[in-house]
Write a protein that binds this ligand. Structure first.
Ligand code: NAP
Length: 177
């Protein structure tokens, strides 16, 4: 039997309930899912506060807590490269073979489409609230970010001192304006 393997790529800064719903839905459609953690080299910035390793733990523990069979997915960090035209080859080099790509990002869609991959846009769930930007903003402003992420993600962000980290980065950024 041929395994239908999909690829979902996102920075997941941090993984939130929207990503989780998308992952669970895709897992109904494929035999195996590659969850690629994009911009893996980035951390300690306001847009990318968490390291790839921290993001991998948040994703893995969230899925484990949901009872998702770990043989159904791979979590793989993917660093950015300067050249879009060879990015798909770079992703392929780092991952098991896959036939379908899930992305809402027009650049990602286009790059895979040009390499003859089947590309699907996953549905967006409650985007006003379930967005990495909104969650990071709430972390800085003292809003209720916890409501938008899993219990495991809350635990890990607290263990990483993530809220103090992002507030510290924010203070540094405004002091440099
Ligand atoms: P992203 O920068 O993580 O996300 C872009 C936007 O799409 C964010 O607002 C994100 O929201 C949203 N989004 C992500 N997944 C979604 C989903 N399933 N449903 C609804 N909205 C979603 O970019 P990305 O497209 O998810 O990830 C692409 C990764 O590939 C990035 O790390 C990018 O740097 C990398 N890339 C690299 C190259 C290169 O190196 N040359 C080329 C192309 C792409 P949230 O913030 O809520 O996730």
């Amino acid at each position: 039997m041929t395994v239908k393997r999909g690829l979902l790529i996102g920075r997941m800064q941090p993984i939130h309930e929207g990503h989780l719903q998308v992952i669970l839905k895709i897992l109904d459609e494929v035999d195996e899912l590659i969850i690629a953690v994009g911009s893996a080299q980035k951390s300690h910035t306001l847009d990318n506060p968490f390291t790839a390793g921290e993001r991998i733990l948040m994703i893995g523990q969230t899925l484990a807590d949901e009872g998702v069979d770990p043989s159904k997915y791979y979590i793989i960090p993917i660093e950015d490269i300067n050249t879009n035209a060879i990015w798909v080859s770079h992703v392929k080099m780092m991952t098991p073979p896959f036939s379908v790509v899930y992305s809402g990002n027009p650049l990602v869609q286009r790059l895979f489409y040009e390499e003859n991959y089947e590309v699907e846009a996953p549905p967006l769930f409650n985007r006003t609230l379930l967005s990495g930007t909104e969650i990071r903003k709430r972390m800085i402003n003292g809003g209720n970010w916890e409501k938008l992420v899993s219990d495991k993600t809350i635990e890990l962000i607290n263990a990483f001192d993530g809220i103090n980290r992002i507030r510290h980065l924010y203070k540094k950024e405004i002091s440099e304006l």
